[in-house]
Design a protein around this ligand. Structure first.
Ligand code: CA
Length: 223
């Protein structure tokens, strides 16, 4: 099994006596909101999208075509094994015929956001590309614009919580079916009353028709 294809919610962990697979109990929620003042990679414009890599998984936003101030407003969830880890964001210019162009990126060390408070913030984009050996690519500092991200943590539900919720749900279902049964009986009673009304109404019409018929026959005899 390669490192890249661990099932969702699991990850490789280093223990005292080697490596093992453990479940995470923290989920990092990320909203990729928007970017501004990006650089034109095509003629005057770009087609930007964002990749986000963390815990050996990569997520991608939609491409927003022909803009330097794209709005994505997309949300992602990341299971975190290593609270010391880094989430890597990169903005790319989508190209129809050639390879997509790198526009800028930002590495976010999770330890900076360990207090658990939600954080919504603009980050300055830099060149965060790495060489094959994992070394930083050195480029001249240049204005690459900014990206707005929102980060917040939640605890993964523990199994006891799931069980409690299941029991609560069961209780709710019971109460609901009881309420439905009562409602059903009430409706049946009402229907009975309505049926009596209907029968009375039909009787009345029959009588009225009989009267009208008799009246007409009487008129005819008189003529
Ligand atoms: Ca393009």
């Amino acid at each position: 099994k390669s490192l890249g294809d661990f099932p969702h919610g699991e990850g490789l962990c280093e223990f005292l006596h080697g490596y093992g697979v453990a479940r995470e109990d923290k989920v990092l929620h990320v909203a990729v909101i928007q970017a501004r003042n990006l650089k034109a990679m095509d003629l005057f414009t770009s087609d930007p999208y964002v990749t986000m890599t963390g815990n050996r998984k990569t997520f991608k936003t939609e491409v927003v075509k022909k803009t330097l101030n794209p709005v994505w407003e997309e949300g992602f969830e990341l299971d975190i094994t290593d609270p010391q880890g880094v989430v890597v964001f990169q903005v790319w210019d989508w190209d129809f015929l050639s390879k997509d162009d790198f526009m800028g990126g930002i590495d976010i060390p999770l330890i900076d956001y360990a207090d658990g408070k939600p954080c919504r913030k603009w980050f300055k984009l830099v060149d965060n590309r790495k060489t094959k050996k994992g070394k930083a690519v050195t480029t001249k500092p240049t204005e690459r614009g900014e990206i707005e991200l929102q980060l917040w943590w939640t605890e993964r539900e523990q199994e006891e919580d799931v069980e409690t919720r299941r029991m609560n749900n069961k209780g709710a279902v019971k109460l609901q079916s009881w309420a439905r049964m009562i409602l059903g009986k009430m409706q049946a009673e009402k229907r009975k009353v309505e049926m009596v009304h209907d029968a009375e109404y039909i009787d009345k019409i029959v009588i009225e028709m009989q009267c009208a018929y008799r009246q007409r026959m009487a008129w005819r005899e008189l003529r």
